[in-house]
Design a protein around this ligand. Structure first.
Ligand SMILES: Cc1cc2nc3c(=O)[nH]c(=O)nc-3n(C[C@H](O)[C@H](O)[C@H](O)COP(=O)(O)OP(=O)(O)OC[C@H]3O[C@@H](n4cnc5c(N)ncnc54)[C@H](O)[C@@H]3O)c2cc1C
Length: 283
């Protein structure tokens, strides 16, 4: 698992993420960095993750790297208490704002959707302009949520968490249709659109919509995960669009890798094969 993860995760340390971000920047790509660590069990762990984000932001400024951060509410204590989580998010924002860095609030499973949107709205209403949420096209509520986010910077993705059919589309085409409709709704609301997908069909549809509406290039960007379909990312950059790569790092890489593997059985096959081979080698 560790060997396989190397492609999708910058490494265990901040230095690893600095190296990966520097290489991406040199390649004309921006970054958003994720400190791995979800569902913390106590206040100290949550504060440690917030402190790691602050250290990362300081390092990116020192190195003059073009990188923002992506935070997870549960990693900053949401399941312990909303107020605790908000204090930790504010600490990250306090480190990001002086140098105009953006703080993206990742969207986790549906038990967190309301609190996460509430967190974003409160922070925005308290004057924090460089913070934005994520919407998951697979959720049936998402087009309606998008309509309430006029003017915000919103990342749009399909959504990685499996939810009951009562609240989530389980059909691929329905998810794609919702993605397109949500993007249209965000653009209607003059949002900054961060289009996060490796689905070439959706990339092409998004480009068509942006072109037809004459959306300026500084009003949107594409986003992709580190190590996933790099050739599609290269095409997006070569065509002159902004591309931001999601760069996870940290010692708690196991959960993250597991989710990527569950999502893509083809990779799971490689992992099993690889694992099998190393097991045999060891004997
Ligand atoms: C920058 C970014 C941020 C994200 N943030 C969130 C978030 O906050 N909350 C959330 O729920 N989800 C998030 N996601 C995950 C997202 O919801 C999807 O689960 C994921 O992007 C796969 O959907 P897809 O649009 O790429 O389409 P898919 O149809 O799943 O993928 C298209 C093709 O891309 C390749 N591919 C896709 N994913 C992988 C992978 N993991 N490994 C290897 N190949 C792959 C495959 O070749 C696949 O056929 C994020 C994704 C990105 C790119």
């Amino acid at each position: 698992m560790e060997k396989l993860s190397a492609r999708y995760i910058a490494g265990a340390t901040l230095d690893d993420s600095r190296r990966v971000v520097a290489a991406l920047n040199a390649d004309g790509k921006l970054a958003t960095v994720d400190v791995l660590g979800e569902e913390v069990s106590d206040e100290t762990e949550a504060a440690a993750i917030a402190a790691e984000y602050v250290a990362a932001l300081d390092a990116f400024v020192r190195d003059n790297l073009d990188a923002n951060v992506s935070i997870k509410p549960t990693g900053l204590g949401l399941k312990l208490s909303y107020e605790l989580c908000k204090r930790n998010v504010e600490a990250v924002i306090a480190a990001a704002e002086p140098t105009n860095r953006f703080v993206r609030i990742d969207m986790e499973d549906s038990s967190t959707t309301d609190d996460t949107l509430r967190l974003f709205r409160e922070l925005r209403d308290e004057g924090h302009g460089r913070v934005g949420p994520v919407l998951q096209a697979s959720l049936k509520r998402t087009v309606a949520d998008a309509a309430t986010l006029a003017g915000a910077s919103v990342r749009l993705c399909k959504g990685i968490y499996v939810e009951p059919e009562s609240i989530q589309f389980h059909d691929d085409q329905a998810v794609r249709a919702s993605f397109v409709q949500t993007l249209e709704t965000l653009l209607d609301g003059d949002c900054y659109a961060a289009i996060a997908t490796h689905d070439e069909w959706l990339v092409d549809q998004s480009l068509r919509i942006l072109r037809e509406r004459g959306v300026q290039q500084d009003r949107y960007e594409f986003q992709m995960l580190l190590g996933v379909r790099p050739e599609l990312g290269d095409r997006i950059v070569a065509d002159g669009h902004r591309l931001r790569i999601y760069v996870p790092y940290g010692r708690q890489w196991y959960e993250y890798s597991l989710r990527r593997l569950q999502e893509n059985p083809k990779i799971a096959g490689y992992v099993a094969g690889d694992l099998g081979r190393s097991l045999f080698r060891r004997r």
